[in-house]
Write a protein that binds this ligand. Structure first.
Ligand code: BGC
Length: 257
């Protein structure tokens, strides 16, 4: 049977959001549900929260997850904004066992970027960099619409720390930066990234891509390349996670995985 609807869950450093996604149309079937990320954000607590979401939607079936970590072959290799217990853990196995459902996991920014390619405003040509501005900075790099997984540009060494410590939305709030001061930091990062990748376009995602919030700093941005806000805004991560699960299911059926 073709799977049209899949539960997508976007795990972030501050919030965990889920919705049942129509993966053919890239829309939610019903209202999304958001809960705060439990602290400590370790294995047991995240599993508990994920199960609450699954029960909320009364969901039985595959689940796609965006997770803020490098994910390779079902294993989480990093954990910048979650408990370090996740590092080197078999995250797909842990989630599948702990929920009783088939779980598929990829990096949260990669998930959001995938959704933008399929249903939003990432063109299928050229080098496009998708950046999520949240608790951290996530990145997803696309060449002609193909994802280069796990780029982690938020972890570039920058100003005695990392790019995300310098310019994430989390840092803007923590340091109580004005929009102007924060936009200047972002501009500096965009110029640095340009020297490394020369992207044709940057798409900015995360909560700040909502038109009402993007308006706070759009005119302050001075990037050396064209840029635009994400079309799917904060929903991209959930939609992309579900789309990824669908792709994995398709590959499994073909015997590729
Ligand atoms: C993590 C990335 C993630 C980004 C956005 C970073 O701290 O290392 O994996 O994509 O935050 O959540």
């Amino acid at each position: 049977m073709k799977q049209h609807c899949i539960l997508g869950i976007d795990i972030g450093g501050t919030g965990i959001k889920g919705a049942i996604v129509d993966v053919d149309r890239g829309v939610f079937l019903d209202k999304k549900k958001r809960v705060s990320t439990p602290q400590p954000a370790n294995n047991i607590n995240i599993l508990k929260t994920v199960n609450q979401l699954i029960n909320h939607f009364d969901w039985k079936g595959p689940v796609g997850f965006g997770f803020p970590s490098v994910i390779k072959n079902g294993i989480a290799l990093t954990a910048a904004n979650l408990d370090k217990e996740w590092i080197n853990s078999k995250i797909e196995k842990t989630l599948s066992k702990g929920t009783g459902q088939s779980c598929f996991v990829l990096n949260d920014a990669d998930a959001a970027g995938l959704a933008e390619v399929k249903f939003g405003n990432i063109p299928k040509r050229g080098v496009v960099l998708f950046l999520t501005l949240g608790t951290g900075i996530g990145s997803a790099l696309f060449h002609n619409g193909q994802l280069v997984k796990n780029t982690e540009l938020g972890h570039l060494r920058f100003h005695h720390g990392t790019a995300e410590q310098f310019a994430s939305n989390g840092t803007r709030k923590e340091e109580d930066l004005s929009w102007e001061d924060w936009a200047n930091r972002l501009n500096e990062l965009a110029h640095h990234i340009n020297r490394l990748f020369f992207p044709d376009l940057i798409i900015l995602g995360g909560g700040l891509s909502k038109p009402s919030r993007f308006a706070n700093f759009e005119s302050l941005l001075d990037f050396p390349m064209p840029f635009a806000p994400s079309q799917l805004q904060n929903e991209a991560g959930i939609i992309g996670a579900a789309v990824y699960a669908k792709e994995r299911l398709k590959q499994m059926k073909k015997g590729l995985l």
